[in-house]
Ligand binder design. Structure first.
Ligand SMILES: [Zn+2]
Length: 109
């Protein structure tokens, strides 16, 4: 089954199979490399891109660290996973991967 990925409302929401899976105003703990905080607490302001690696949904988020104020765009971070029951969001610390997911928005699988 193909996973349909879209960005809605000027990149304020990540939509997975027509359900809103993640949105601005969420705060994500990010494990590495966003700023010098460990973890960084990223207040999400927009999404730069969304992609899927099989059933794993990932995104690059633009935002700022609520602790130190550093702003920028993250590398690819996990958003959640598509299961047989629907979409399951990641909870806890998000750790970036070093490479881009093989399919970008549009979902070729
Ligand atoms: Zn910080």
């Amino acid at each position: 089954m193909a996973t349909r990925l879209r960005l809605l409302d000027d990149a304020a929401w990540v939509s997975v199979n027509d359900d809103r899976a993640a949105g601005v105003s969420e705060v994500w703990p990010v494990a590495d490399s966003f700023c010098s905080c460990a973890p960084a607490w990223l207040a999400v302001e927009a999404f730069a891109d969304v992609g899927a690696d099989g059933r794993r949904v990932e995104a690059r988020a633009h935002g700022h660290c609520v602790s130190c104020g550093a702003a920028g765009t993250t590398p690819w971070l996990p958003v959640g996973k598509v299961t047989d029951e629907g979409f399951a969001a990641v909870s806890g610390v998000r750790r970036s991967r070093r490479r881009s997911p093989p399919s970008d928005r549009g979902g070729q699988r």
